[in-house]
Design a protein around this ligand. Structure first.
Ligand code: NAD
Length: 296
């Protein structure tokens, strides 16, 4: 069993770290929010007073932070990399800009540290169940070292390519997810506006050619599925502002490569309008509320 430092215990980080505790690893954890830390200490993890203290003696360091600025600030500006022994492994699971991932990985490498970007897919339910998909960027050797730890939090592990490639693949996936959730919301709102029961319509779509992850596992309409954010006032889950961040990363990637992403841009604008309406902290499936007076 390994000594693991886990930094960032939010909607995703906390259930991921809990699975590592359950697997018998010795976890030292840190988050800016004390309540998030308590969830882990109640389960047997040790709390550190700072990220720097958390990494002392850890064989593996895992971070699950909101965005590029948090990852760069922790590893580079606060120089956490300098505190980590060069023989150790660093795994960043946050979804961030590919350039940020490459920059931090290069700084880690310059210190002799192995580092992979390993953003995840599967949502909070996948994090709790230990069935996440990890999309890894880095060397074969670094992934081989990370794999046993990732396997205790996820079911599918893909090697997308060198540093930053995990982030590129993740951004493509999330651009599609943002479009699918908006499209699913639009279709359900149209059906309800024309007199259909949203549950009946969802059951039909889930077995027809319009089916997708939202209709099968994460329905945006309240009451259609139990235990999804839509049935809990859109609490928890994946925040509107995090989806907006990911759609912004897709737009940046498109600009850099002169790629056309018209639907991705439209989705980004929809989530931006929704965020400006004061919904940034709600789960992203609340985008259904944009769809007129018939929406919940
Ligand atoms: P979250 O906002 O719930 O959690 C982030 C946590 O990081 C918070 O608890 C915050 O206090 C902590 N944090 C921020 N800066 C810190 C610092 N310097 N030191 C220690 N802790 C710090 O976000 P989340 O939903 O857990 O998402 C985390 C990442 O995973 C994001 O990049 C997101 O895009 C990605 N992601 C989320 C989901 C999802 O369904 N929520 C799914 C896949 C990927």
């Amino acid at each position: 069993m390994s000594s693991i430092a886990f930094i960032g215990l939010g909607n995703m980080g906390a259930p991921m770290a809990l699975n590592l505790v359950k697997a018998g690893h010795h976890l030292t954890v840190y988050d800016l929010v004390p309540a998030a830390v308590r969830t882990l200490t109640d389960a047997g993890a040790r709390a550190a007073a700072s990220a720097h203290e958390a990494v002392d003696g850890a064989e593996v360091v895992i971070t699950m932070l909101p965005a590029s600025k948090h990852v760069e600030s922790l590893y580079l500006e606060d120089d956490l990399l300098a505190r980590i022994d060069p023989s150790k492994l660093v795994i960043d699971c946050s979804t961030i800009a590919p350039d940020s991932a490459r920059k931090v990985a290069a700084a880690a490498q310059a210190r002799g540290l192995a580092m992979v970007d390993a953003p995840v897919s599967g949502g909070t339910a996948g994090a709790a169940a230990g069935t996440l998909t990890f999309i890894v960027g880095g060397t074969d050797e670094a992934l081989a070292r990370a794999r046993p730890v990732l396997e205790q939090m996820g079911k599918n592990i893909f090697h997308a390519g060198p540093s930053g490639a995990g982030q590129v693949a993740k951004i493509c996936n999330n651009m599609l997810l943002g479009i699918l959730m908006a499209g699913t919301s639009e279709a359900l709102a149209l059906g309800v506006a024309n007199g259909l029961d949203p549950k009946v319509l969802s059951d039909i779509i889930a077995k027809s050619s319009g089916r997708n992850w939202a209709t099968e596992l994460y329905n945006p309409w309240p009451g259609v599925m139990p235990n999804v954010p839509a049935s809990k006032d859109y609490a928890g889950g994946f925040g509107v502002d995090l989806m907006l961040k990911d759609l912004g990363l897709a737009a940046e990637a498109a600009l850099a490569a002169r790629a056309a992403v018209p639907l991705g841009e439209l989705a980004r604008n929809l989530y931006a309008l929704h965020s400006q309406g004061g919904n940034g902290k709600l789960d992203f499936s609340s985008i259904v509320r944009l769809y007129g007076h018939k929406a919940p």
